[in-house]
Write a protein that binds this ligand. Sequence first.
Ligand code: AMP
Length: 414
Amino acid sequence: MNILVINSGSSSLKFQIIETDQTLIDSSTDKIKLKGLIDRIGTQALAKISVPNGIEIKESVAIRDHSAALDYIFKKITSGTLNLDGIFSLSDIHAIGHRVVHGGEKFSKSVLVDKTVLKSIEDCIDLAPLHNPANLKGIQATLALFGEKVPHAVVFDTAFHSTIPEVNYLYALPYQYYRRYRIRKYGFHGLSHRYVSYHYRKKVGIERDKVNIITVHLGNGCSICSIKEGKSFNTSMGFTPLAGLIMGTRAGDIDASIPEYLAHKEGITLSDIDILLNKASGLLGISGLTNDMRELLDEEREHHDRRATLAIDMFTMRIKHYLGAYLAEMGGADAIIFTGGIGENSSEVRRRICEGLQFLGIELNEQANKEKCLGVEGDISTPNSKVKAWVIPTNEELMIARDTFRCVNGLPAF
Ligand code: AMP
């Protein structure tokens, strides 16, 4: 089945076409047929499309909205210049899977799109004012192009965390605010944590309810998730993706009184502070240089920049803090798993996180740690390590494609 996977942002459209048949467990049967990104929709957009046969398109083109972006993509596909394997027209797309950031408390799994589902996603706009409207734009655009005869599924970033128990998802605010406004921890990056957890259990050959691990997603956004008996038990992002770990430009956890104090001192509004906490903080804010971990590591190595080192040290210390907390909460774990751009590629960051954690049973194998980069997966711990450490490259698009296949064929979630 050829599945068009759509990840729609407010001015961007990321897409892949993946052939998947998830009744076969072996993921080597999943084939990426095309990948692309259209950025800066609404102005002179930048379009990139690449195909495994080596053909690449990069061009600057005027694209007014998400529907026009889809028209552009399908003109390219049907023109034949991409030489795609088995895709010649719209009818060769058998289903469409959309990433939706926030499913609130309504969605604990992926579902097929219908009017009620669309209304429920709209109802969650309040909780994700930046993301859900953008996701809806993508859904409306594919519905307009393909019609309702082609099944559409929605896959939520929050759904995996719907198993987090009340004791972990409630904030210690007056309870009526949970009842009235559903203020609670929702958690995000669910597709990544779920994919990595699934991949780990397939690798080590255990049943889902035997999986007791901590997954550490470190990219531009970062979150950590404890998975107990195969289910999300706690995660570091909260009501919004601002909470928890230090990220590229997001502060992660801070004392809740700081915004009011800062507003008063700087004479700025709460919404200015929201922007400051989301866009100007984290690695960028501390280093004053960049939100990019690779550049910070270069600065540290080449120029011994004190604040680059400080940013990396704070980043890794916060992760240690959560590892300790989650190991205590869940009563130990069998493995911790690194993923995301930093987690998959930086052996140095992984080394600094695991340094000094031998007392918790985590012992890195230095050589294996150095070798597991650039898409290489595997165990990076010593044979004696009581808690194993692994690197598993994430694949959120594949997760969306497989869930879409399952929704369309009425198969249970995995
Ligand atoms: P993502 O959001 O998952 O694409 O991850 C982006 C982050 O991964 C950026 O901070 C990159 O600098 C970081 N990253 C990618 N490759 C490396 C690398 N080889 N070493 C360190 N950080 C990396």
